[in-house]
Design a protein around this ligand. Structure first.
Ligand code: SF4
Length: 373
């Protein structure tokens, strides 16, 4: 093993968090947790040969090194390559994010007076192929078909419907008629249940007793490992980037959570007028606020798979923070509700307008109690 040649698989990315690393396997769309030492080993192996690393490792650490090596080989995080092949023939994946549309997702709070012909023109003008329609209980859901008919021939990739429960509506007929409906979520329903399931997660219909409300709760169920999200999240905020929201009065915003309005679609003379708004620096204020420059998230192993709808707050030119806490604490690798969970302040972490502070001694003591040495 020592004299053989190995390279690190270029499509697997070990993402180091404060306490542990998640290895993202982009082609397999999976991830798994490993100790941070495995991250450091893989990083070293991408620069040096295994024999060099082995020689420079102390006797007592050689056992760990061999274990990490075997593990990474079994998992195909590293590959044996012929000795005459140089590692440079396995170039790093290009992580530049390029996207063909100015807006990737349009979210609309639908009302009965919405001019859907205008919406259609805007979608075409922006080359936007994904739309989410949100209705409230005052909206006559039977009218949704009229809207869907207007946009049915413009090649949308996905339509998501978030609708208030109203009895006697057959949503399956809707998914049968419009094959690009990705899912229908019916809120304020009498029961929680799946009306239609699909093995690939397409065209699902489910009802929920919950009301429609904006939450910031994260869950592993909503995390995704894929090349688009991974590359986008390197330098972009994956929630706000290329998103457009139109409210029920026609107000134009970056997202439903955004406080700032940028005009009204009812005042647009032609669909292209919206481009002036979207191309403004103010409209794109959050598009580039990626997790790498936000307190706490920058030390979280989920930062390239987590889509976060909290509005970042700016401390100075290079630093951002949140005024609400995520329900995952990366300093102890615990979710709120899990045994042993502690808040950031209980761990000695403060993040606010004044600055970011980390009490490493306190965190280490807590982690020793939680996880041992
Ligand atoms: S700490 Fe940040 S990156 Fe980690 S799960 Fe929470 S929001 Fe996502």
């Amino acid at each position: 093993m020592i004299n053989k040649n190995y390279c690190v698989t270029t499509t697997c990315f070990p993402i180091k968090g404060f306490l542990r690393t998640a290895i993202y396997d982009l082609p397999k769309a999976t991830y798994e947790f490993v100790p941070n030492a495995v991250h450091d080993f893989l990083r070293l192996l991408s620069q040096k040969s295994f024999s060099q690393i082995y020689r420079n490792t102390t006797e007592e650490n050689k056992t760990y090194l061999s274990e990490y090596f075997q593990y990474c080989l079994e998992k195909e995080y590293i590959l044996e390559i012929p000795n005459e092949i140089n590692k440079k023939h396995f170039p790093k994946l290009n992580l530049n994010f390029e996207f063909p549309s100015i807006i990737s997702n349009l979210v609309i709070r639908v009302n009965k007076d919405l001019d859907f012909e205008k919406i259609k023109d805007i979608l075409v003008s922006l080359k936007c192929f994904n739309i989410q329609l949100i209705t409230d209980s005052t909206f006559d859901i039977n009218k949704i078909e009229q809207y869907l008919d207007v946009i049915k021939d413009i090649g949308l990739h996905s339509i998501e419907l978030i609708v208030a429960y109203s009895p006697g509506i057959n949503y399956e007929l809707l998914t049968n008629k419009y094959k690009n409906i990705a899912f229908i979520f019916i809120y304020s329903a009498p029961v929680n249940k799946f009306i239609k399931r699909h093995v690939l997660g397409l065209q699902q219909i489910f009802t929920s007793k919950n009301k429609f409300e904006i939450t910031h709760i994260k869950s592993l169920d909503f995390f995704n490992v894929n090349i688009t999200l991974f590359t986008e999240s390197q330098l972009h905020n994956t929630y706000f980037n290329r998103k457009l929201f139109i409210g029920d009065k026609g107000e134009i915003k970056n997202s439903i959570e955004s406080p700032t309005e940028f005009g009204n679609i009812n005042n647009l003379k032609q669909p292209d007028d919206i481009l002036k708004i979207i191309n403004s620096i103010e409209f794109q204020k959050y598009w580039f606020i990626h997790k790498g420059i936000i307190d706490v998230c920058k030390q979280c192993e989920f930062r390239y798979m987590c889509v976060d709808n909290r509005i970042p707050l700016q401390r100075n030119e290079k630093e951002w923070y949140f005024d609400t806490e995520c329900n995952y604490n990366p300093y102890i690798a615990k979710w709120r509700g899990e045994k042993g969970y502690k808040t950031l302040s209980e761990c000695g972490v403060t993040s606010n307008q004044e600055g970011f502070k980390l009490n490493r001694k306190k965190i280490n003591t807590i982690n020793k109690e939680l996880w041992g040495d």
